[in-house]
Design a protein around this ligand. Structure first.
Ligand SMILES: C[S@@+](CC[C@H](N)C(=O)[O-])C[C@H]1O[C@@H](n2cnc3c(N)ncnc32)[C@H](O)[C@@H]1O
Length: 281
């Protein structure tokens, strides 16, 4: 574990919102310091992100993400988990991007643990039927997303049993790999935020209280806010100053469990060794 800072008890350099590039910030972290990374990168589907053009040639897109996954591998602890959420691509220009990404990650040495189907229950709003009631060209509507789960080096994540916070009922429910969770409706000015319910399940199922949880494409701060609320240390990274500022407010408002030493976030520019811009609270 990295050394502890004085005030607030953060394992340095965590419990921060960092406005910076995912790879550069990961490269600045100590080796073996992260227990769980949960992220959803830009999907290359021309989504309107603030300050990022979501429209790269496919091979360039995969190579860019591959560099981020390589940087993440170094900072994960042995047995550390990487949860990658990715949506199916558009109906007409379908690419099996989840296959491309899982192949790349396995090539980089990650163990692929499983694939969870996040069923978004969005069929009520469908418009694209393709050829209605005809086999000539019917469409399947992507009403789900993939949640791909990997480990570094070994399946087991060592930890203190006293820091487990999942109930028997939750364990039973979450270990069924078909998760019916509606998408997030409060968007906070962002095109693709996670629903908190999805992240709560992942954090409780795959980490212990007191672990370090990172989202390197953090957007509105869902992962960091849920991690703090559940008593985990966190690191939020995003290139957009706008998203970082709204994440900062959201993480501040997410109170950790009583007696849990998880501080409010500081705001920093990347790489993470850069100055802390904002006070904690
Ligand atoms: C799919 S969104 C993540 C949304 C997030 N899961 C949430 O709940 O709000 C992807 C994010 O990646 C950010 N991004 C794009 N390029 C980046 C880079 N090089 N480093 C870090 N973040 C980046 C975008 O600004 C965008 O907020």
């Amino acid at each position: 574990m990295p050394g502890r800072s004085g005030a607030g008890g953060s394992p340095r350099p965590f419990d921060r919102v960092v406005e910076g590039d995912a790879r550069a910030v990961l490269d600045s972290l100590p080796e073996g310091s992260v227990h769980l990374a949960i992220t959803s990168p830009p999907y290359n589907l021309r989504r309107p992100y603030h300050g990022y053009a979501d429209d790269r040639p496919h091979e360039e897109y995969l190579a860019w993400l591959g560099d981020v996954w390589r940087s993440l591998y170094r900072v994960l602890v042995p047995g550390g988990r990487f949860v990658l959420n990715v949506a199916p691509t558009s109906i007409k220009d379908f690419r099996p991007i989840h296959h491309d990404l899982s192949t790349d990650l396995r090539r980089l040495g990650y163990i692929m643990r499983t694939e969870i189907i996040w069923y978004k229950q969005t069929m009520g709003r469908r418009t694209a039927w393709g050829s209605w009631r005809s086999p000539s060209n019917p469409h399947i509507v992507p009403s789900w997303e993939y949640v791909l789960v990997f480990s570094k080096g070994q399946w087991k994540l060592p930890g203190d049993r006293a820091q487990i916070d999942i109930s028997a009922k939750e364990f039973e429910t979450f270990s069924d790999g078909f998760w019916a969770i509606p998408p997030e409706r409060r968007r906070n000015g962002h095109p693709a935020p996670f629903p908190e319910g999805l992240i709560e399940r992942l954090v409780k199922f795959y980490s212990y209280r007191g672990n370090v949880v990172v989202d390197m494409f953090g957007g509105t701060g869902t992962v960091a806010a849920v991690a703090r609320r559940l008593g985990r240390h966190y690191l939020h990274i995003d290139t957009s100053d706008e998203y970082c500022r709204s994440a900062l407010a959201r993480i501040r408002a997410a109170r950790p469990p009583r007696g849990s030493p998880i501080p409010a976030p500081a705001l920093a520019t990347g790489p993470i060794v850069g100055p802390v811009l904002g006070p904690r609270e």
